[in-house]
Design a protein around this ligand. Sequence first.
Ligand SMILES: [Fe+2]
Ligand SMILES: [Fe+2]
Length: 375
Amino acid sequence: MTDKPFDIYSVLKEETKKRCTIVNIETQASQFTPVKSEQFLLLKEVSSIDFSIYFRIENYAIEYIKKDELCAKYLDEIWSSFTKSKRPTDICILKSDFDLFQRVISEAQVKKINALVTKHPELDKKVLASFLDLNGASQLIVKGGINQQTANKVRSRVSEMIQNVMNNDKTLATISKMITIDPTLYDHSTSVSMFASMIAGNCITSPLPKDQVELIGEAGLYHDVGKFRIPNEILNKPGKFTPEEFEIMKKHTVYGKEELDKIIAEGVDINPLISTIACEHHEKMNGKGYPYQKKGKAEDNPEEGIHLYSRIMSIADIYSALLMKRVYKNAFTPQDAIKIMTKSASEDLDVPIFTSFVDKLLKSFDSIPETKQQR
Ligand SMILES: [Fe+2]
Ligand SMILES: [Fe+2]
């Protein structure tokens, strides 16, 4: 028995069929680019747009919000369909509209950052500006989006970010606090990139050279790239995973490595270590991580151990994820995130690096007076 071909008209509401243009994009899929969830949600802060937002199901793109039709109702409808769909879906825009989209998003972010700094003058404005710049590069790393141009942009933005924030005591606390106060500004890969760079630059006994710190910063932006191959209903599930779903979710590590290796083989200049980090960032020191249950340090056991850079990424990734608010969980405060990580640090993490990170983090909070009073 063969599957019936997908009939989009049978799944759409009458109102949508009447209101929206529906295009079969089988031959023009490359003209579209998906939008990151965090950035889509930021559109709630925007009053108007000068491009269309499409909802893609299988090979069809529904022009769901046309120019000047932006409203909370349509945004909610897209989000609800996107998170519930059992079929391959994307929220996307035309690639030719990417710059318009980026402009609208960065205007919304700047507005939010300005409001944040007015309310919390203890936060470092330069650090927040670096976060936004890097966030623009993070958006480029989406499905099918990595080419030499993307890789170059990622590299130069990471390098600028490191130059701007590395020697600033307030960096770790400013990013942590921004995420806690305004979750709509959160971007996982951007924050992981910044935390990982700070760890690489400040928390290793024998300091890494600048180009290696930059490599780790780049890897922060790429580390979860394999998630584009995980179905949206799992990726955006508003609750805990079933064991089966978790098995699928774990594959983003191997998918990330496959994707990066493919791009590198095609000639894009990305350091192969970035692919190793994408693969190993969920491994644990006690061998109970995934995907390959690697154990200990690669310096001690090159075959079965975890690379130093992956151990750095793991700390940045877990800390960032704990600060993140999700539909099903509240964000943890930085202090609670540290407590949670400390409990299992001897099992999961590279302890000396983690201890040094906690030390730098607490010092960073001490450099922000208002936070000091709350501790
Ligand atoms: Fe991950
Ligand atoms: Fe991650």
